[in-house]
Design a protein around this ligand. Sequence first.
Ligand code: NDP
Length: 298
Amino acid sequence: YSMTEIIDGNRVAQSIRDDLSEAIDELEDADVTPTLATVLMSDDPASETYVSMKQDDCAEVGIEAIDVEIDPDAPAEELFDEIDRLNDDENVNGILVQMPVPDHVDKQSVLRRIDPAKDVDGFHPENVGRLVAGDARYKPCTPHGIQKLLEDAGVDPEGKDAVVVGRSDIVGKPMANLLVQKAEGGNATVTVCHSRTDDLAAKTREADIVVAAAGVPEMIDGDMLTDGVTVIDVGINRVDADTEKGYELVGDVDFESAKEKANAITPVPGGVGPMTRAMLLYNTVKATGLQHNVDVTL
Ligand code: NDP
């Protein structure tokens, strides 16, 4: 494709953060500091990194971050008690429990325990239901960030054929829901593919927009795409490589061959990842405005 746009997630995320600082000023005028509590019950290094990045992001825009850590061997009750305490704390506007939680903790019970008004991940069944009903309160961060990337690239899904590869609760399903909604950023005709899909390539070749969220390194290549397609690569996969760390991060899309076909494509890293982080800040600011009846500009 002659002039493929490489969609710069870092740039779009920065403009989201710039806009947020205005809203945060409006909250400060009402003597409110938006506050996010992160809860980590894991010693997995990746989870620790994700939480510390979220803490740093908050600090950068002026959101107060509370860092709660729970011994991964502690009983589930300890996590539930902590969530109850944060639910009751008026100074806490958003609560994020970093997933995965240990096996002895029931994940769905954790999601249900969080006050839906403070559920800035948007994973509580009430918020999932509201999204599906077309009355979203907190859109899940990754698909919401992808909507912003498409908007920035001037790609309106209306009337387009969109293929979402992956049906997880955090990416694939909410992405498909947002794309099919009768609303701005939606109105696409959506096909959701997964590991049981017969002939994935036949589906992706029909697509005007492909969102790849399968967690399989570089599984979608240029041969599976049509000319002029918009490609959003959600995947973050570690593959062995001759680097200092011994690995590198690649997406679910084979960037070089896909770029030949695409009118616009996100890189990995620097595409969807920064947007996921920015939209968490967005939801935290939105939550704070709703809880304090401050009409923030978002
Ligand atoms: P999950 O593992 O929860 O879901 C993967 C989905 O892809 C499943 O629905 C699975 O099908 C499907 N799938 C797996 N293999 C294939 C295949 N060969 N063909 C078609 N479909 C397949 O992953 P997540 O949704 O949580 O994450 C997906 C990827 O995105 C990961 O690489 C993750 O690291 C990354 N990620 C990136 C984020 C970001 O901010 N950039 C945020 C969140 C995730 P089935 O349901 O049948 O098992």
